[in-house]
Design a protein around this ligand. Structure first.
Ligand SMILES: *Cc1c(COP(=O)(O)O)cnc(C)c1O
Length: 384
């Protein structure tokens, strides 16, 4: 028996070594809890719609939905398929389609899966009225969120249409009596802009009587604009540990990254001054040095536009990306004195390397980096 056991252990060790070469996203559930607690501390009188669209910003919608079950008041998604997948995975939490429905054909599915809808257009309101006419006496208490455009100029009815939309929804027999009124902020992450105060003022003027619940705040507004927390806040990116503010200087708020993206070195080589690295030979070494090859690339969602110098952590040491990002690999300058070896741990972003820094060097935003994680990346859910 002891022989067998030791064999088993050595198998495990080999498998673990193999696994380390695979790009992996660790999902830290304790960080999720910490960030949610921060949201509740900042907006203590508001209910929370946790935004789970785009596979929970790349973190795995089922994982996040199961973990937050009972801890938040509702989930928000963009597409009906995302909502149905969550229902089919056994999620019974209130679930809001933030863009409503795109076709009246979706209404039976919305009713069947007990989904809530954002209404932002005449087309949607007419479709609800038509459904009411068809269903006659049958009460289908569909929960509706009415969206007003206060300056984003994307989704939402005009402020002057508000009274008429609100009254029509209130008298529509398939619509639940309690209607949440919402709008979306274009610039809540810009602390020095007057756009947010203007949007808040227009929102207040539009729905003056306040006899219904209201919702305006995304992450930026939860952090920086407490005057618009109202009855419902809608955190997305801050739930996942990213602070969207510019400048990111809210005292006292320490969010924790939920995702740590890591991989490992699969080759190390010495190059000479004047040697170039990677596709297009975009990088030429100015000294003799050691180059590390990391098993991650744009095929995993690492941004191809990350520029030379983008930070990468090898064994906890910050080194620069050099050369172009390939589909399956990136190359980093380990430095001439480095003793890093094949198999060593590499963090691309997360607990020890801010995704904000990587995003800045890839000329994008953390949101896009998170959403772009591809199915090839292994997901490891960790409870601490
Ligand atoms: C995605 C989304 C949010 C969350 O935005 P964050 O900036 O990620 O907090 C809030 N409201 C609506 C309508 C959204 O679509």
């Amino acid at each position: 028996m002891p022989v067998r056991r030791s064999k088993k252990i050595s198998h495990t060790v080999i498998r673990d070594a193999d696994m380390q070469a695979i790009a992996t996203a660790d999902i830290h559930l304790d960080a999720l809890d910490h960030n949610l607690a921060t949201i509740k501390r900042l907006a203590p009188n508001s209910k929370v719609v946790a935004m789970l669209k785009a596979n929970a910003y790349g973190h795995g919608a089922f994982t996040v939905a199961h973990h937050l079950n009972g801890a938040v008041d509702a989930y928000g998604v963009a597409r009906i398929d995302e909502a149905i997948a969550l229902r089919e995975a056994g999620i019974n939490t209130e679930l809001v389609l933030m863009e409503g429905f795109f076709s009246a054909d979706d209404l039976p599915l919305i009713v069947a899966h007990n989904l809530q809808i954002v209404v932002h257009s005449e087309f949607q309101l007419s479709a609800l009225e038509a459904m009411a006419a068809l269903t006659g006496q049958i009460q289908l208490p569909l929960k509706v969120w009415l969206k007003v455009d206060t300056g984003m100029n994307r989704l939402g009815i005009e402020p002057q249409q508000f009274q008429s939309f609100y009254q029509r929804l209130r008298t529509c027999p398939v619509v639940d009596r309690e209607i949440v009124v919402l709008s979306h902020l274009s610039s809540s992450d810009q602390l020095n802009s007057d756009i947010t105060p203007r949007q808040i003022a227009l929102f207040e003027r539009t729905c003056t009587d306040g006899s219904f619940p209201r919702s305006l705040a995304n992450s930026g507004a939860i952090l920086a604009w407490p005057e618009c927390h109202y009855q419902w806040v809608r955190p997305g990116v801050m739930l996942y540990g990213v602070n969207p503010l510019h400048p990111a200087n809210v005292d006292d708020v320490q969010l924790k990254p939920v995702m740590t993206l890591h991989s490992s070195l699969i080759a190390v080589k010495s190059i000479q001054e004047g040697d170039s690295v990677g596709y297009g030979a975009t990088y030429t070494a100015s000294r003799n040095t050691r180059i590390g090859v990391v098993a991650i690339g744009y095929g995993d969602g690492y941004p191809r536009h990350a520029r030379i110098g983008t930070p990468v952590l090898v064994n906890g040491v910050r080194v620069p990306l050099v050369g172009r990002v390939s589909m399956d690999m990136i190359t980093v300058d380990l430095g001439p004195e480095s003793n890093a070896q094949v198999g060593d741990y590499v963090e691309l972003w997360g607990q020890n390397l801010a995704i904000e820094d990587v995003a800045a060097d890839a000329e994008t935003i953390p949101y896009e980096l998170l959403c772009n994680i591809t199915a090839r990346v292994k997901i490891d859910v960790l409870s601490n």
